[in-house]
Design a protein around this ligand. Structure first.
Ligand code: MG
Ligand code: MG
Length: 273
Protein backbone atom coordinates (compact mmCIF):
# COMPACT_ATOMS: atom_id res chain seq x y z
CA UNK A 1 0.00 0.00 0.00
CA UNK A 2 1.41 3.35 -1.05
CA UNK A 3 0.46 6.38 1.05
CA UNK A 4 0.37 9.51 -1.10
CA UNK A 5 0.98 12.65 0.95
CA UNK A 6 -0.84 15.97 1.12
CA UNK A 7 1.17 19.18 0.79
CA UNK A 8 0.81 19.69 4.53
CA UNK A 9 2.29 16.24 5.21
CA UNK A 10 5.09 16.90 2.72
CA UNK A 11 6.02 20.06 4.63
CA UNK A 12 6.26 18.05 7.87
CA UNK A 13 8.57 15.58 6.13
CA UNK A 14 10.63 18.52 4.86
CA UNK A 15 11.01 19.76 8.43
CA UNK A 16 12.24 16.31 9.55
CA UNK A 17 14.62 16.17 6.57
CA UNK A 18 16.08 19.61 7.28
CA UNK A 19 16.82 18.53 10.83
CA UNK A 20 18.51 15.42 9.42
CA UNK A 21 20.69 17.60 7.20
CA UNK A 22 21.54 20.03 10.01
CA UNK A 23 22.59 16.98 12.02
CA UNK A 24 24.76 15.84 9.10
CA UNK A 25 26.18 19.38 9.11
CA UNK A 26 27.13 18.88 12.76
CA UNK A 27 28.83 15.63 11.71
CA UNK A 28 30.72 17.67 9.09
CA UNK A 29 31.91 20.04 11.82
CA UNK A 30 33.11 17.21 14.07
CA UNK A 31 34.74 14.78 11.64
CA UNK A 32 38.54 14.74 11.79
CA UNK A 33 41.32 12.22 12.37
CA UNK A 34 41.16 10.95 15.95
CA UNK A 35 37.45 11.50 16.60
CA UNK A 36 35.29 8.39 17.02
CA UNK A 37 31.89 7.46 15.64
CA UNK A 38 30.55 7.04 19.18
CA UNK A 39 31.50 10.64 20.06
CA UNK A 40 29.78 11.96 16.95
CA UNK A 41 26.71 9.77 17.49
CA UNK A 42 26.24 11.05 21.04
CA UNK A 43 26.33 14.69 19.92
CA UNK A 44 23.97 13.93 17.02
CA UNK A 45 21.39 12.41 19.35
CA UNK A 46 21.58 15.40 21.75
CA UNK A 47 21.24 17.80 18.81
CA UNK A 48 18.14 16.02 17.46
CA UNK A 49 16.48 15.83 20.88
CA UNK A 50 17.31 19.51 21.56
CA UNK A 51 15.22 20.28 18.48
CA UNK A 52 12.19 18.48 19.91
CA UNK A 53 12.62 15.48 17.63
CA UNK A 54 13.63 11.85 18.11
CA UNK A 55 16.35 9.92 16.28
CA UNK A 56 14.64 8.00 13.49
CA UNK A 57 16.94 4.98 13.47
CA UNK A 58 17.66 4.35 17.16
CA UNK A 59 15.65 1.33 18.25
CA UNK A 60 14.40 0.67 14.71
CA UNK A 61 14.42 -3.15 14.60
CA UNK A 62 16.87 -2.85 17.51
CA UNK A 63 19.41 -0.58 15.80
CA UNK A 64 21.57 0.78 18.65
CA UNK A 65 22.47 4.28 17.41
CA UNK A 66 21.26 7.61 16.09
CA UNK A 67 23.53 7.52 13.05
CA UNK A 68 24.60 4.81 10.68
CA UNK A 69 28.33 5.46 10.26
CA UNK A 70 29.85 3.39 7.47
CA UNK A 71 33.56 3.94 6.76
CA UNK A 72 35.42 2.85 3.61
CA UNK A 73 34.29 -0.67 2.57
CA UNK A 74 31.20 -0.49 4.79
CA UNK A 75 28.34 0.32 2.44
CA UNK A 76 25.57 1.16 4.93
CA UNK A 77 24.18 0.40 8.41
CA UNK A 78 27.57 0.71 10.14
CA UNK A 79 27.26 0.91 13.93
CA UNK A 80 29.21 3.85 15.46
CA UNK A 81 32.31 2.53 17.25
CA UNK A 82 35.20 3.71 19.42
CA UNK A 83 37.70 3.27 16.56
CA UNK A 84 39.14 6.72 15.71
CA UNK A 85 38.80 7.92 12.13
CA UNK A 86 41.99 8.37 10.14
CA UNK A 87 43.31 10.61 7.42
CA UNK A 88 42.25 9.06 4.09
CA UNK A 89 38.99 7.55 5.36
CA UNK A 90 35.75 8.04 3.52
CA UNK A 91 32.79 7.96 5.90
CA UNK A 92 29.15 7.48 4.86
CA UNK A 93 26.77 8.89 7.44
CA UNK A 94 23.05 8.17 7.28
CA UNK A 95 20.61 9.92 9.61
CA UNK A 96 16.89 9.79 10.30
CA UNK A 97 14.68 11.95 12.48
CA UNK A 98 11.08 11.75 13.66
CA UNK A 99 9.09 14.90 14.41
CA UNK A 100 5.37 15.80 14.18
CA UNK A 101 4.59 12.15 13.35
CA UNK A 102 6.80 12.07 10.25
CA UNK A 103 10.24 10.73 9.39
CA UNK A 104 13.07 12.37 7.46
CA UNK A 105 16.02 10.53 5.94
CA UNK A 106 19.24 11.60 4.18
CA UNK A 107 22.86 10.47 3.85
CA UNK A 108 26.23 11.82 2.73
CA UNK A 109 29.72 10.36 2.24
CA UNK A 110 32.48 12.52 3.76
CA UNK A 111 36.20 12.56 2.85
CA UNK A 112 38.77 12.96 5.63
CA UNK A 113 41.94 14.51 4.23
CA UNK A 114 43.26 13.21 0.93
CA UNK A 115 42.05 10.15 -0.95
CA UNK A 116 43.07 8.71 -4.32
CA UNK A 117 41.64 10.11 -7.56
CA UNK A 118 39.80 6.80 -8.08
CA UNK A 119 37.96 7.14 -4.77
CA UNK A 120 37.20 10.81 -5.34
CA UNK A 121 35.70 10.00 -8.72
CA UNK A 122 33.50 7.28 -7.22
CA UNK A 123 32.11 9.83 -4.76
CA UNK A 124 31.55 12.48 -7.43
CA UNK A 125 29.80 10.03 -9.75
CA UNK A 126 27.65 8.49 -7.00
CA UNK A 127 26.51 11.92 -5.81
CA UNK A 128 25.77 12.99 -9.40
CA UNK A 129 23.81 9.76 -10.01
CA UNK A 130 21.47 10.75 -7.18
CA UNK A 131 20.46 13.83 -9.18
CA UNK A 132 20.26 11.79 -12.40
CA UNK A 133 17.70 9.62 -10.63
CA UNK A 134 15.78 12.54 -9.11
CA UNK A 135 15.55 14.18 -12.53
CA UNK A 136 13.37 11.22 -13.61
CA UNK A 137 11.04 11.52 -10.60
CA UNK A 138 8.22 13.12 -12.57
CA UNK A 139 4.48 12.55 -12.77
CA UNK A 140 3.79 10.11 -15.61
CA UNK A 141 7.25 8.51 -15.53
CA UNK A 142 7.68 5.10 -13.94
CA UNK A 143 9.71 4.05 -10.92
CA UNK A 144 12.06 2.10 -13.18
CA UNK A 145 13.05 5.35 -14.92
CA UNK A 146 14.68 6.51 -11.67
CA UNK A 147 16.37 3.15 -11.13
CA UNK A 148 17.58 2.96 -14.73
CA UNK A 149 19.03 6.49 -14.68
CA UNK A 150 21.16 5.68 -11.61
CA UNK A 151 22.34 2.31 -12.91
CA UNK A 152 23.03 3.57 -16.42
CA UNK A 153 25.21 6.47 -15.20
CA UNK A 154 27.15 4.57 -12.53
CA UNK A 155 27.47 1.15 -14.17
CA UNK A 156 27.35 1.58 -17.94
CA UNK A 157 29.03 4.98 -18.18
CA UNK A 158 31.44 4.77 -15.22
CA UNK A 159 31.90 0.98 -14.75
CA UNK A 160 31.08 0.89 -11.05
CA UNK A 161 28.77 -1.68 -9.41
CA UNK A 162 25.31 -1.13 -8.04
CA UNK A 163 24.42 -2.77 -4.71
CA UNK A 164 21.33 -4.98 -5.14
CA UNK A 165 20.51 -6.03 -1.57
CA UNK A 166 19.70 -2.50 -0.35
CA UNK A 167 17.35 -0.02 -1.99
CA UNK A 168 15.61 3.32 -1.53
CA UNK A 169 12.08 3.43 -0.17
CA UNK A 170 8.90 5.35 0.45
CA UNK A 171 8.68 7.12 3.80
CA UNK A 172 6.31 9.23 5.85
CA UNK A 173 4.62 8.11 9.04
CA UNK A 174 6.91 5.06 8.81
CA UNK A 175 10.63 5.10 8.09
CA UNK A 176 10.22 2.50 5.38
CA UNK A 177 7.07 2.43 3.27
CA UNK A 178 6.25 1.11 -0.16
CA UNK A 179 7.49 1.37 -2.83
CA UNK A 180 11.03 0.06 -2.87
CA UNK A 181 13.30 2.24 -5.03
CA UNK A 182 16.12 0.08 -6.43
CA UNK A 183 19.24 1.66 -7.89
CA UNK A 184 19.04 -0.75 -10.83
CA UNK A 185 16.22 -1.47 -13.21
CA UNK A 186 14.59 -1.01 -16.57
CA UNK A 187 13.12 2.12 -18.10
CA UNK A 188 9.34 2.11 -18.32
CA UNK A 189 8.87 -0.56 -15.62
CA UNK A 190 7.34 -0.34 -12.19
CA UNK A 191 4.57 1.85 -10.81
CA UNK A 192 3.56 5.08 -12.48
CA UNK A 193 4.83 8.06 -10.48
CA UNK A 194 2.06 10.26 -9.16
CA UNK A 195 1.85 13.53 -7.26
CA UNK A 196 2.23 13.10 -3.50
CA UNK A 197 4.62 10.16 -3.65
CA UNK A 198 7.48 10.69 -1.18
CA UNK A 199 10.57 8.50 -1.59
CA UNK A 200 14.15 8.29 -0.40
CA UNK A 201 16.49 7.95 -3.40
CA UNK A 202 19.83 6.57 -2.25
CA UNK A 203 22.40 5.16 -4.66
CA UNK A 204 24.89 2.79 -2.97
CA UNK A 205 27.70 2.35 -5.46
CA UNK A 206 30.82 0.17 -5.16
CA UNK A 207 34.24 0.88 -6.65
CA UNK A 208 34.76 -2.87 -7.17
CA UNK A 209 32.27 -5.72 -7.38
CA UNK A 210 28.62 -5.56 -6.36
CA UNK A 211 28.62 -8.44 -3.84
CA UNK A 212 28.12 -7.64 -0.16
CA UNK A 213 28.62 -9.32 3.20
CA UNK A 214 27.09 -8.60 6.62
CA UNK A 215 29.22 -8.43 9.77
CA UNK A 216 28.44 -10.60 12.80
CA UNK A 217 26.97 -7.47 14.47
CA UNK A 218 23.99 -8.17 12.21
CA UNK A 219 23.97 -4.60 10.84
CA UNK A 220 27.11 -3.48 9.00
CA UNK A 221 26.92 -4.29 5.30
CA UNK A 222 30.34 -4.34 3.61
CA UNK A 223 31.63 -4.93 0.12
CA UNK A 224 32.77 -8.54 -0.17
CA UNK A 225 35.95 -7.47 -2.02
CA UNK A 226 36.74 -4.86 0.69
CA UNK A 227 36.89 -2.03 -1.86
CA UNK A 228 35.22 1.24 -0.93
CA UNK A 229 31.58 2.15 -1.42
CA UNK A 230 29.73 5.48 -1.62
CA UNK A 231 26.22 6.49 -0.49
CA UNK A 232 24.29 9.73 -1.03
CA UNK A 233 20.60 10.08 -0.19
CA UNK A 234 17.81 12.62 -0.57
CA UNK A 235 14.17 12.38 0.40
CA UNK A 236 12.02 13.82 -2.39
CA UNK A 237 8.35 14.49 -3.09
CA UNK A 238 6.91 14.08 -6.56
CA UNK A 239 4.73 17.03 -7.50
CA UNK A 240 2.82 18.10 -10.60
CA UNK A 241 5.64 20.47 -11.60
CA UNK A 242 8.49 18.03 -10.91
CA UNK A 243 10.58 16.60 -8.09
CA UNK A 244 10.80 18.60 -4.85
CA UNK A 245 13.95 17.72 -2.87
CA UNK A 246 12.90 17.80 0.80
CA UNK A 247 16.36 17.22 2.28
CA UNK A 248 19.12 19.81 1.79
CA UNK A 249 22.78 18.85 1.49
CA UNK A 250 23.84 22.52 1.56
CA UNK A 251 24.01 22.32 5.39
CA UNK A 252 26.49 19.49 4.97
CA UNK A 253 28.49 21.11 2.21
CA UNK A 254 28.83 24.39 4.16
CA UNK A 255 30.23 22.46 7.16
CA UNK A 256 32.70 20.58 4.95
CA UNK A 257 33.96 23.83 3.38
CA UNK A 258 34.68 25.25 6.83
CA UNK A 259 36.36 22.09 8.17
CA UNK A 260 40.06 22.01 7.15
CA UNK A 261 40.17 18.25 7.88
CA UNK A 262 37.63 17.41 5.17
CA UNK A 263 37.74 17.48 1.37
CA UNK A 264 34.70 18.61 -0.65
CA UNK A 265 33.37 16.52 -3.51
CA UNK A 266 32.49 18.11 -6.85
CA UNK A 267 28.97 19.43 -7.26
CA UNK A 268 26.62 17.23 -9.28
CA UNK A 269 26.26 20.12 -11.74
CA UNK A 270 30.01 20.19 -12.35
CA UNK A 271 30.10 16.40 -12.85
CA UNK A 272 27.10 16.29 -15.16
CA UNK A 273 28.16 19.36 -17.15
MG1 MG B 1 19.04 6.98 5.07
MG1 MG C 1 16.81 5.69 3.40
Amino acid sequence: MIYYKTNEEIEKIREACHLVCKTLGLVGEMLKPGVTGLEIDKRAEEFIRDHGAAPGFKGYRGFPSTLCISPNSTIVHGVPSDKPFEEGDIVSVDCGTYINEFFGDAAYTFVIGEVSEDVMKLLNVTNASLYKGIEQARVGNRLGDISFAIQDFTQRVHKYSVVRELVGHGLGRSLHEEPEVPNYGKRGRGIKLASGLVIAVEPMINLGRKEVKTLPDGWSVLTRDNKVSAHYEHTIAIKEDGPDILSDHSYVEAAIEKNPNLTSIESAQAVLG
